[in-house]
Design a protein around this ligand. Structure first.
Ligand SMILES: [Zn+2]
Length: 127
């Protein structure tokens, strides 16, 4: 990949990172006000759960973006972390933080444990 392309993705990722880091609206939703009304409480709890889910997704995305920026720095950006093939330009344009090519991504989604830390295995692996 050319330097100019790296810079293009660096900019995209930095913008996205700033967007996600500014998650103030989510945190506001989590601060539940005291209310006597039970229905309000239930609704607020649901809103909080929703906001928590959004924060989980955002922090996962932020991690992906951070590691993509690291890969730009060390020059491995755009290369599949698993098979080391180049990730298709179209995929990177849509998902600039993609760490896997589409083939490996599909495998990872079918068997996510293969791509997680090689720590404890929760389930016995089928031969
Ligand atoms: Zn791959």
């Amino acid at each position: 990949m050319k330097t100019i392309e790296f810079e293009h993705f660096r900019k995209m990722l930095t913008v996205k990172q700033a967007e996600l880091s500014d998650g103030r609206s989510n945190r506001d939703a989590i601060a539940i006000e005291t209310t006597a009304d039970e229905l309000d409480r239930i609704q607020q709890a649901q809103e909080r759960d929703f906001a928590m889910g959004a924060i989980d997704r955002d922090s996962l995305r932020l991690r992906e973006i951070r590691s993509a920026l690291e890969r730009i720095n060390d020059g491995t950006f755009g290369m599949c972390l698993n098979c080391e093939e180049e990730i298709a330009a179209k995929r990177l344009a849509a998902v600039p933080w993609a760490a896997l090519c589409i083939v490996c991504q599909e495998v990872a989604e079918r068997a996510p444990s293969d791509f997680e830390d090689q720590g404890e295995q929760q389930l016995p692996r089928a031969a």
